[in-house]
Write a protein that binds this ligand. Structure first.
Ligand SMILES: [Ca+2]
Ligand SMILES: [Ca+2]
Ligand SMILES: [Ca+2]
Length: 601
């Protein structure tokens, strides 16, 4: 059955009761109290076989049948783990497949205002959000504002069909003057030609002849049809410069030139880049994503490919979302963006002004989770990255914004929250190999999880981490969750569950200021090598966290604390007790990759 017929069959079979007047009652009191759980809907649970068109479990690049009903069916599991906010993969209708790869991940938009029928209909999406809200679970929507799916080709040779064209070597088009590409013989797909800062050029044997025409495609059998709403069919709404190529030889490019390509080029895979500097494009994107807040009652957005847009776009988009959510009666609508980059200063630049509230903390993924807990780098790196949050890359302006946004996030008492308090920490996601793939030692994972769930910011757990999934690069890291049997008795599940429970019980772990008590440059056999100690204090209560990032027992005296001399501390992980000495210090005694979460008791 082809796509169009399948859509028709689904429409006839479904009994759709869309709620057109939602009551937007769910409020987030304080985002620091939340623990995010990220799911790729297609891979979590198949709750409805009726939408399993074009499903093939044997191919990792195909749809696997997971859907919103599956999530509804597994909310008990999600709640048992203890997470409080569910981040779901994109919901909009996609190009069905492209070059043998399917759009199960949801990042290939064809229609900004309709749902992807693989996952259910709008009524089912509303039912999912309602079912989550009934349990106090908030829902975060993944949105793409940078590009659409591969819906047009550049007709470089102007024959009306998509071709492979050749440049140089004396053949047709040998006159290509593209300043961004080497001039030797080169082949190029009209679907996805290489970057040209002038815009992709057309040519004949007589030479270049102006911008290559954009040709929209009608292939309803794979839902490759012009974008909707129809205003997105304006060729001027796209940058039309072709695919980012600078990554292939990144070292040779200046930072500015790399940023130009990243921001204006098509994302690899022929994903056509929207001209998001244009006022009319900005307004159209504001309208379609405001629609989703209203239509399904989402509580937050995770914004894809932040790095491929100019920060100025988000100074228009983010305030428009905040104002709209507030008008609906929703406080604390939260937006965090994904800039897939270890450059901490670049991440911070997106949080300035009225832009996004927060970012996915990639620099911590690389430097802390992979670096310290995976590779055994010195724990001083943790403290260093922390202190860089206030580095002044621009004089007088901390790297991560400490200026409250208008209509922005507040704490439970209504005082403003700023970016460094709500950075989204993660060790696994759908774009990087899982931690256990790169560092196949459960003890390392467990030590890293202690850090994730005790440091400040908002922890984000990618589905399957709690099942010790160890998938490699995309698509291996997008495992079928149902293969785990949704077991709740595994060691890693119980570890995560215990840490989340402690975070909920102990307010300093959620909201407390951080004071580093010990970190070290040592990585050898010194007595403090691998030791990380930090304290979190909130409204007079404090929690001291000790983690041993190395694979040997550790015993080190004289770790300072903020507790009064003579206080007896209890480790909430083991029940052991530790006495604070007359000088206010304790002796750190930790097993290999062990941890303690100490409270006065
Ligand atoms: Ca299904
Ligand atoms: Ca052509
Ligand atoms: Ca862009």
């Amino acid at each position: 059955m082809r796509y169009a017929l399948w859509v028709l069959a689904l429409a006839l079979s479904g009994c759709v009761t869309v709620d057109t007047d939602l009551d937007h009652r769910t409020q987030v009191a304080d985002w620091r109290d939340e623990v995010i759980y990220q799911v790729m809907v297609d891979r979590f649970e198949d709750g409805d076989p009726n939408n399993n068109f074009n499903v093939d479990y044997r191919r990792p690049s195909a749809y696997h049948g997971g859907d919103w009903q599956g999530l509804i069916n597994r909310l008990d599991y999600i709640q048992t783990l203890g997470v409080t906010a569910l981040w779901i993969s994109p919901v909009v209708r996609n190009v069905e497949e492209d070059a043998g790869f399917a759009s199960y991940h949801g990042y290939w938009t064809q229609d900004f205002l309709n749902v992807n029928l693989h996952f259910g209909d709008l009524a089912k999406l509303q039912a999912l959000v309602r079912a989550c809200h009934d349990r106090g679970i908030k829902v975060i929507l993944d949105v793409v504002t940078n590009h659409i799916g591969q819906l047009f080709f550049y007709d470089i040779n102007r024959n009306g069909q998509p071709d492979i064209v050749f440049f140089g070597g004396g053949g047709p088009g040998s006159g290509s003057q593209n300043p961004d590409q080497p001039s030797d013989l080169r082949r190029s797909s009209e679907w996805d030609p290489e970057y040209d800062s002038r815009g992709v050029q057309g040519f004949t044997s007589l030479g270049e002849n102006g911008p290559a025409p954009v040709v929209w495609v009608e292939q309803p059998e794979i839902n490759r049809t012009p974008p909707m709403p129809a205003e997105f069919q304006n060729p001027d709404w796209y940058n039309r410069r072709g695919r980012v190529t600078v990554w292939e030889n990144e070292a040779a490019a200046t930072f500015e030139y790399r940023r130009e390509q990243e921001i204006l080029g098509d994302f690899p895979g022929g994903l056509k880049d929207l001209a998001t500097h244009r006022r009319d494009v900005q307004e159209a994107l504001v309208r379609v994503f405001q629609y989703w807040i209203d239509a399904a009652d989402f509580d937050a957005f995770r914004i894809d490919t932040l790095k491929h847009q100019e920060p100025a776009f988000f100074e228009v988009f983010a305030p428009a979302m905040r104002k709209f959510a507030k008008r609906l009666g929703k406080q604390n609508f939260f937006m965090f963006g994904e800039a897939f980059d270890g450059n901490d200063a670049l991440l911070g630049s997106y949080t300035q002004g009225q832009g996004v509230d927060s970012v996915f903390y990639f620099s911590a993924k690389y430097r802390v989770f992979n670096g310290v807990f995976g590779n055994g780098d010195a724990t001083a790196n943790v403290q260093r990255l922390y202190e860089e949050r206030s580095a002044e890359d621009v004089p007088g302006r901390p790297r991560y914004s400490i200026t409250p946004k208008e209509d922005g996030l507040t704490d439970s008492e209504g005082a403003p929250l700023v970016t460094p308090q709500v950075l989204v920490n993660f060790m696994d996601n759908h774009d990087v190999p899982r931690f256990l793939y790169e560092f196949p030692e459960l003890a390392k994972l467990h030590a890293a999880l202690v850090y994730l769930l005790t440091i400040d910011g908002i922890p984000c757990i990618y589905y399957g981490t709690e099942q010790a999934f160890d998938g490699g690069p995309d698509p291996s890291n997008r495992e079928d969750m149902w293969l785990s049997g949704f077991a709740t008795d595994g060691a890693t599940f119980k570890h995560v569950q215990q840490l989340i429970a402690l975070r909920k019980e102990l307010a300093p772990l959620r909201r407390g200021d951080v004071t580093f008590r010990w970190s070290t440059e040592h990585t050898g056999d010194e007595s403090d090598a691998g030791l990380l100690a930090f304290e979190r204090a909130y409204q007079g209560a404090r929690v001291l966290v000790l983690i041993n990032a190395q694979d040997r027992t550790l015993s080190h005296p004289g770790v300072p604390t903020g507790f009064a001399p003579g206080t007896t501390l209890t480790d909430r992980l083991s029940g052991d007790q530790v006495a604070v000495g007359a000088d206010g210090t304790i002796r750190a005694e930790l097993g290999a990759r062990g941890a303690r979460i100490l409270v006065a008791r």
